[in-house]
Design a binder for this molecule. Structure first.
Ligand code: PXP
Length: 240
């Protein structure tokens, strides 16, 4: 299972002082040297963390693969098509949210998603759709022509009650299995940390996880190299 690191929070720290450090470009290099399989960054409409300069340099410097997370707006589609990252993950975006709060509403967003996906794919960019775990969402993602889905694990990560947690995990497992059976790539992310990653890594239909907050938070105490390696060690105990 591949580990992709979301480096937005390195940029959050930089933007807290509007300084040039810490630089997410350097963070991406450290993550890759520690063994990460890819780098994720989210260019938000309000540029609250990652800014245009970052994505331009990351496109040139990332040696693994760059996953450009974005909302399906005309502005972002244009930036992605100019940039040509390996892949784009389309997410819903609200200005007032602290972080992406849930998966795309695939039934309500058709008017925005269809032209965005067509344009991105025309330009040779792979498209992943961030979705809540459900079989219906997999069918819709396939209809949209997505190459991959990213299953939102935020609810699983928040649940304390073991019955609800097992139910949510089962939903994730079922969604991953259906998507895999249909030939779509299966990613997962949001709220994953050093404790709850084990159950996710045990779902063999999940190809890739995208993790930001827990790794960057640990990096503040242990250093980024060690924080990435610790996560990889946990994953590699279960999966290659
Ligand atoms: N996947 C998506 C689509 C996200 O929006 C985020 C948060 O930016 C992540 C994964 C990573 O979530 P976390 O920071 O909670 O690990």
């Amino acid at each position: 299972m591949r580990l992709c690191i979301n480096i937005d929070h390195i940029a959050t720290l930089r933007q807290a002082r509007r300084e040039s450090e810490p630089d997410p470009v350097i963070a991406a290099g450290i993550c890759e040297l520690a063994g990460a399989d890819g780098i994720v960054c989210h260019l938000r409409e309000d540029r609250r963390h990652i800014v245009d300069r970052d994505v331009k340099i990351l496109k040139e410097t990332v040696k693994t693969k760059l996953d450009f997370e974005m909302a399906a707006t005309d502005e972002m589609v244009k930036i992605a098509c100019d940039l040509k990252p390996y892949m784009v993950t389309l997410v819903p975006e609200k200005r007032e949210e602290l972080t992406t709060e849930g998966g795309l509403n695939l039934t309500a967003a058709e008017f925005k998603l269809t032209p965005a996906i067509e344009k991105l794919k025309e330009d040779g960019i792979k498209v992943s759709l961030f979705i809540e775990p459900s079989p219906e969402n997999v069918d819709l993602a396939l209809e949209y022509g997505a190459d991959m889905i990213e299953i939102h694990t935020g609810k699983y990560a928040r649940l304390q009650n073991s019955v609800e947690l097992i139910t949510e995990l089962e939903k994730i497992r079922q969604t991953a299995s259906i998507a895999k059976g249909l030939g779509i790539g299966v990613n997962a992310g949001h709220g994953l940390n050093y404790r709850n990653i084990t159950a996710i890594a045990n779902i063999y239909d999940i190809d890739e996880v995208s993790i930001g907050h827990s790794i960057i938070a640990r990096a503040a105490f242990t250093g980024l190299d060690s924080a990435v390696r610790e996560m990889l060690t946990i994953i590699r105990r279960i999966r290659q």
